[in-house]
Write a protein that binds this ligand. Structure first.
Ligand SMILES: [Zn+2]
Length: 274
């Protein structure tokens, strides 16, 4: 700063020079920065590029700002693919003991095989009427070996012995080879329409280690149901079978619907995994 010996003499025309001098570093910095920005601007402005005005003018001609969007389009749908592709809906129904033995037998000669067949045949008829492909299978049907379907249900009934007053109710066991809890849960819930309670205490090794669980193809959900006890639940299993058939059919609907939704979801990401 310069010392002014005459403060009373105002010389306002020189004041800006004083400001410039006192702020010289700042002004130099601003000039340099401006020069830098201009050089960057001109360096990165290609002379051949379309100007923003031209882009806007063209967009107006086309009726607005637009740009093409490119999207992957799936190829031809495959009609036959290997293992992991979900096949068409197909249900297997094993008529318990059919073609092998009689199963449990009542004192009056009523056999489990006959009870099972009555229910299995009605279930099969209802599903086929709805257009669902159903295989009605014997207990040891050769088709069960490596059987590929959406689901397989084996229909059995429980002992006709006079055990006690608690020998009533149904139970269902899912395969764990191919996790099949969707199948068993759906049927178990729908089967409540029969009014029977779930009789879990009498689940046997024959059920959990059911032969068909090991024989069907991997990916085929499988379950075995004991529809009721042939003594105390006899009426439901022989003469009043409508609720039993409805419970099983409704359960299979629940199962097939859920599978379809899951397949659609899995198919949506395009990898085709079921
Ligand atoms: Zn049986």
């Amino acid at each position: 700063m310069q010392f002014d010996p005459h403060p009373s003499r105002q010389r306002p025309s020189f004041d800006w020079l004083k400001i410039v001098r006192s702020n010289l570093p700042l002004i130099l910095f601003l000039l340099l920065a401006m020069g830098g920005m201009f050089s960057v601007y001109f360096f990165y402005s290609p002379t051949t590029a379309v100007s923003p005005q031209e882009i806007i003018a063209e967009a107006d001609l086309e009726g607005g700002l637009w740009a093409p969007i490119y999207k992957d389009v799936a190829g031809e749908p495959a009609t036959q693919r290997i293992a992991q592709s979900p096949g068409p809906i197909r249900i297997g129904i094993i008529s318990g003991h059919r073609g092998f033995d009689s199963g449990a037998v009542c004192a009056d000669g009523l056999t489990e095989a006959k009870v099972n067949a009555g229910i299995a045949e009605q279930v099969t008829a209802v599903l086929r009427q709805e257009g669902i492909t159903v295989d009605l299978l014997d207990e040891f049907d050769p088709r069960i070996d490596n059987y590929a379907a959406t689901g397989l249900l084996s229909i059995h009934a429980d002992s006709c012995d006079d055990i006690n007053a608690l020998a009533t109710g149904y139970k269902i066991v899912a395969s764990t080879n191919t996790p099949s809890f969707l199948l068993s849960d759906c049927i178990s819930q729908a089967y409540a329409v029969t009014g029977l309670h779930y009789h879990e205490n009498s689940i046997t090794h024959d059920m959990t280690n059911y032969h068909a669980f090991r024989e069907v193809a991997l990916g085929t959900q499988a379950a075995i149901i004991e529809t009721g006890f042939m003594r105390l639940d006899r009426e439901l299993l022989t003469t009043n079978t409508a609720p039993v058939v409805q419970g099983i059919v409704d359960g299979l609907h629940c199962f097939l619907d859920t599978v379809s939704v899951r397949q659609a979801e899995a198919g949506g990401d395009g990898d085709g995994n079921g």
